[in-house]
Ligand binder design. Sequence first.
Ligand code: C2E
Ligand code: MG
Ligand code: MG
Ligand code: MG
Length: 299
Amino acid sequence: YRAKENKNSFQFYASEMNASMEEKLVLLEGMRSALDACNGGPCAGACQFQLLYQPKVDLRSGRLFGVEALIRWNHPEHGQISPLRFIGLAEESGLIVPLGDWVLRTACAQVEAWRAAGLPELAVSVNVSARQFEEKRLVERIAGALRDSGLAPRQLEVEVTESAIMRDLGRAVEKMREIEAMGVALSIDDFGTGYSSLSALKSFPISRLKIDKSFVADLAHCGDDQAIAMAVISLGHKLGLRVIAEGVETEEQRAFLRANDCDEMQGYLYSRPVPPERIAELLAGQAQSAAGAAAMETA
Ligand code: C2E
Ligand code: MG
Ligand code: MG
Ligand code: MG
């Protein structure tokens, strides 16, 4: 009886594995052909990949000062696929390199288009995953995206995780220095979930720490998370860095972060990731109310 049961459960497990392997291969093939259609750069319309942009706002002034580019895959059969489902696969297969290049180029071109349209200046951050970060030509790729779009380097920021950096610390710091030397900012994403040591952190040429959203989720009720958030804010400030909290969903979380001197926030409370047209609207609205306030002052 027992053996049979085991055998059945093994069969079940095996077929489930096959299904997920098959699913992986299908996704991978789809990614490859979708990427081919993109021709490696910002593409007009037909592309299955899309960047959404999530606003980052200053906690004191409420000003929208930047956006994070977040990829979406609009699959013709499966609908919208989350990056949590395909970025890992893109990493394993190496497709992350051309895909990441597309993200960089598209984000740079978009922010430059906002500037050319006369909207207030904005910074964009782009996520760079481990394999992409390690790749030899990353620095050249960033330089290429800047050159071809005409975007000013100060408007671009690269988000890396502690784990990507710690895979080869010496080389990572060297690469970060090269990126910084181009005038591009760096931030540590999901800070607190990786395992970088404080002595390593001290040597990173970064300008911003992003408090991971797992510490923000229960911020209003959990003393431990409050302690962690406060420690990250004070550590960041002592190292001369700006600190941004991700995943801010409630007014209580915002109030806590503000009261504890966090600089910036990002999260559903202000806005979900949205298409570029919506960012243009937000920016135009902000420019208008700033002009209104200035007119009031001089009146
Ligand atoms: P991340 O870089 O830490 O991005 C933050 C994630 O939190 C995004 O999920 C965002 O939509 C989500 N988020 C923002 N505000 C809130 C909030 O208030 N509450 C909650 N619950 N979630 C919030 P998304 O877009 O699904 O991306 C997931 C991860 O996939 C990203 O985490 C990043 O690691 C990766 N990713 C996304 N786009 C790219 C990309 O273009 N390249 C690379 N290499 N990775 C990417
Ligand atoms: Mg990020
Ligand atoms: Mg993050
Ligand atoms: Mg995260």
